[in-house]
Ligand binder design. Structure first.
Ligand SMILES: C[S@@+](CC[C@H](N)C(=O)[O-])C[C@H]1O[C@@H](n2cnc3c(N)ncnc32)[C@H](O)[C@@H]1O
Length: 206
């Protein structure tokens, strides 16, 4: 006897759920307008994303998060604040960048406080490495940026080496007052514990 098949989960308000996860999505399928698209990989509880969407009504923001509880939380915040320019995708970050997003579709990618995978045998799980950087370059518009922050010194050095070896993303200065850039939930928590974050701002060469 075959098992009963459960109905697919219905998307939350503000959730972007592709009809097919095995083809690239057009930017216009996520947001129907032509506003620049920013993507926050591993958006967590979404405070950063919500503040950005509030501050920049002329831009669109997509949070990517694998945990359903966090996806729902961010969707509820967007709904409460009526943020039409914020959506959340429940998916794995690497898959999203390497397979789902279309070429030259993203204006800024944010990778803030990702898991550093500190053990040597887990380093291959780190997001910042060759295949990912190639995919980043593909999805960014000309002049688009990847913004990365971590409190993990060894991961930061690793990322600097990977970026230098890749060679097709230009490193820019990123002083604190360069532009509006709210602290994330994890950043606030870690800084309160005395940890120091390092930042990298990378631009796709036109
Ligand atoms: C350390 S938290 C940082 C959250 C947020 N960026 C911040 O700074 O407050 C990492 C977040 O990324 C999510 N995450 C971790 N690995 C992921 C992956 N491979 N794909 C999507 N989300 C991921 C976790 O569930 C978590 O919400």
């Amino acid at each position: 006897m075959s098992e009963p098949v459960s109905a697919p989960r219905q998307p939350e308000a503000h959730e972007f759920m592709p009809d097919d996860y095995f083809r690239q999505v057009e930017k216009s399928e996520i947001f129907a307008d032509e506003r620049p698209l920013e993507v926050d990989l591993g958006c967590g509880d979404g405070s950063f994303l919500v503040e950005m969407a509030r501050e920049h009504p002329g831009r669109s923001f997509l949070g990517v998060e694998r945990l359903l509880g966090r996806v729902r939380k961010v969707c509820r915040k967007a709904e409460r604040e009526g943020l039409a320019n914020l959506k959340v995708l429940r998916l794995e970050s690497r898959y999203t960048v390497e397979w789902l997003l279309g070429p030259a579709s993203v204006s800024r990618l944010h990778l803030l406080c990702p898991d550093p995978w500190p053990k040597a045998r887990h380093h291959r799980r780190r997001l910042v490495q060759r295949n990912f950087l190639e995919a980043v370059e593909r999805v960014l518009e000309p002049g688009g940026e990847l913004l990365f922050k971590t409190d993990h010194g060894e991961y930061f050095e690793w990322a600097e080496e990977e970026v230098a070896a890749f060679g097709r993303l230009e490193r820019l200065d990123w002083p604190d007052d360069a532009f509006f850039y709210p602290k994330t939930d994890f950043q606030v928590q870690w800084e309160s514990e005395g940890k120091v974050l390092q930042s990298m701002r990378l631009r796709k060469v036109e």
